[in-house]
Design a protein around this ligand. Sequence first.
Ligand code: SF4
Ligand code: SF4
Length: 453
Amino acid sequence: MSLTNFKIWHFRGGVHPYDGKELSNQVPAQYAPLLEKYYVVLRQNIGKPPKLIVEKGQHVAKGQKIAEADGFVSAPLHAPTSGTVGDVADIPGANGPNVPAIEIIADGKDEWDTGLEPIKDWRQADITDLRHRIAEAGIVGMGGAAFPCHIKLTPPIEKIIDTLILNGAECEPYLTADHRLMLERTKAVLEGAAIAAKILNVERILLGIEDNKPDAIEALNKLADQYGVTVVPLPVRYPQGGEKQLIYALTGRCVMTGGLPMDVGCVVQNVGSCAAIYDAVAEGHPLIERYTTITGTPVVNPSTWIVRIGTPVREALGFAGGTKSHAAKLIMGGPMMGFAQMTLDVTVTKNTSGILLLSAKETGAYTSDPCIRCGRCVDNCPMHLQPGSISVMVESEHFHEAEHLNVMDCMECGVCAYVCPAKRPLVQHFRRAKSEIIAERQAAKAKAAMKHS
Ligand code: SF4
Ligand code: SF4
């Protein structure tokens, strides 16, 4: 589709932080070397964790299923290489608490046996078979949320979907994994999108990409028509890649409080998930590796790597040459939405888009002060929230009031904290409020269930 007369909508708020992308965006991605051991975390998707189906000492092939989905909102896991199943033990989780992980001890042969036949002629395939393949391949949202992909591709019958949106914005500073992927695996991204569009029965496919990736835009445009995709360059503004912001930018449609993209006729897929759909369907390969940017000023060779799921961060940093200066902070993901880590023993999961090291100068110690009601956070919040007021409620443990101020709509983009002159730990407050509210809702549900049993 031609871009002439294509209207781009500009979302409210947002910021322009230093993006650090020049550190790694011109370096071609490389395959990470085979390691001796991998630790595949059992909880890698939103919803129920999958059930372990292998035993200690069992031989597994590369791509063999090692944990199967436990219900509809769940995703299986597969062995990142051939070898032997070791212990299942708790390891540090990238989002906080320890998590169980399956140890895979490599046999060095790296032999595939996925049991998944390639569906080369997918255009003639049955939609149910394609959906089933995507579910069996364990594909989740690879842009951060890790929502099982097959669910997004199974909208309720009453929802009318007319647009598939591909998220190639990669607005998070420092990360260049999607950039390199769109440049190097252009066909896989576009063909994966065409498969998803067939499943959804939609004709309009829009790929939103920030205009700071001209080489990727050029590569995509060369093939886009072939797959019915319209590539839409978007102005650089964080968080352009937020799901609601992207839908608005490309369609002018607003997802309301508590709503879903499907409510406005859209399904959004990350470009990495599209490439994984292509791999699963056309190649018969489940999701066992991903593009991950290993970067930051202390890193010797900031670059993007095709890293297997289960790779310890300690080893991953070695792929990029290790460090050349003191690193004060390790973040899984980018500086705005990523999670700071206490240890190098965390591992790469399906949604690890980046591993970022920052120097002491870049992070800086600071103390936070009381809110001075300057309103900057309100002016810049892309979700139209009142971050300052919500944070005051959370500090005094008034979680119901925080809920009434729509804290559950917060996408944890970090914009408010970035602009706050009092350096208030706003996102931490909102994460705490959300977990308290969710815990209370779950307790109420369990109480109601007991009453009726
Ligand atoms: S309140 Fe939430 S959505 Fe709004 S700027 Fe802060 S982190 Fe982002
Ligand atoms: S930006 Fe910070 S100081 Fe200003 S109103 Fe928001 S929380 Fe308060």
